[in-house]
Design a protein around this ligand. Structure first.
Ligand code: NAD
Length: 260
């Protein structure tokens, strides 16, 4: 189970969980594509990681909600490295409001990034995986793929939807050796979560400490945040697993917040 020389596209990997997955893959010697909305940040991350690990990395501009941009980014990868073995659809944002206050434009933005983004990147990568006779698609879900929280209607809806998409990819991809799985992390302290702490405190009328203690970590077994490294380890397992035995699944990594 090794990713040496595998070409791995990771969306939203200029920072946060995606960057950590890139690090884990490059430890193995993978060729990693840092695909992000923010091209400068993607290039910076790619050059930083290239100096630290045996693998290689390139930064590619990609707004996952824009079909032309996704197709152009994937074409650039094919021009550079000629193949795609792993797609991690990870780009994501968070917007929190009560349902009755949720701006429709914000709802549509959330579904576009999380759901359209997973669909468009998978659609663009699958033909290359099918041609090569195999590959691994990994969608970044959340505990919120299986559980609901107040204020997160768009996020919870989108993350639940990814489970369905992944299962269809698993069924269609099996004949071509393509597997599809979802990672479902608990709260991980990245900019996406840091931003939510004051927002939720304001919306719920409680202190920031209470948001962390009660809302975010209250149901974990040990009151600990999941780390970017924890999530990267699961992403490595899904990417490197060698057969169709592990497909159509979702794995929760959340310090026991959600158990099934
Ligand atoms: P982050 O905010 O640290 O990083 C997100 C990255 O996505 C950024 O580099 C950003 O530029 C990029 N991005 C945003 N919109 C994009 C777009 N349209 N096209 C391409 N790139 C775009 O976030 P994170 O915490 O690392 O989250 C990564 C994924 O993990 C998301 O899908 C998120 O929902 C999921 N997740 C996060 C947590 C958590 O607690 N942090 C928990 C469960 C799931």
């Amino acid at each position: 189970m090794n990713l040496k020389d595998k070409v791995c596209i990771i969306t939203g990997s200029a920072r946060g969980i995606g960057e950590s997955i890139a690090r884990r893959y490059m430890e193995d010697g993978a060729k990693v594509v840092i695909a992000d909305l923010d091209l400068d940040a993607a290039k910076d991350t790619a050059s930083r990681l290239s100096g630290e690990y045996p693998g290689e990395a390139i930064g590619v501009a990609m707004d996952v909600t824009d079909e032309d941009a996704v197709n152009a980014g994937v074409a650039e990868v094919i021009d550079t490295w000629g193949q795609i073995d792993v797609l991690v659809s990870n780009a994501g944002v968070q917007i929190v409001h009560k349902v009755e206050d949720f701006p429709y434009s914000a709802w549509k933005k959330m579904l576009a990034i999380h759901l359209d983004g997973a669909f468009l990147t998978t659609k663009a990568c699958l033909p290359h995986m099918y041609k090569a006779g195999g590959g691994s698609v990994i969608l970044m879900g959340s505990v919120h793929s299986k559980e609901a929280s107040p204020l997160k209607s768009a996020y919870v809806t989108a993350k639940h939807g990814l489970l369905g998409l992944s299962r269809v990819i698993a069924k269609e991809g099996a004949a071509h050796g393509v597997r599809s799985n979802v990672i479902c992390p608990g709260f991980v302290k990245t900019p996406l979560v840091e931003k939510q702490i004051p927002e939720q405190a304001k919306e719920l009328g409680i202190s920031e400490e209470e948001v962390i203690k009660t809302v975010m970590l209250g149901k974990t077994v040990d009151q600990e945040f999941t780390t970017v490294e924890d999530v990267a380890e699961v992403a490595h397992m899904f990417a490197a697993f060698p057969t169709n035995a592990l497909t159509g699944q979702s794995l929760v990594v959340s310090h026991g917040w959600f158990m099934e």
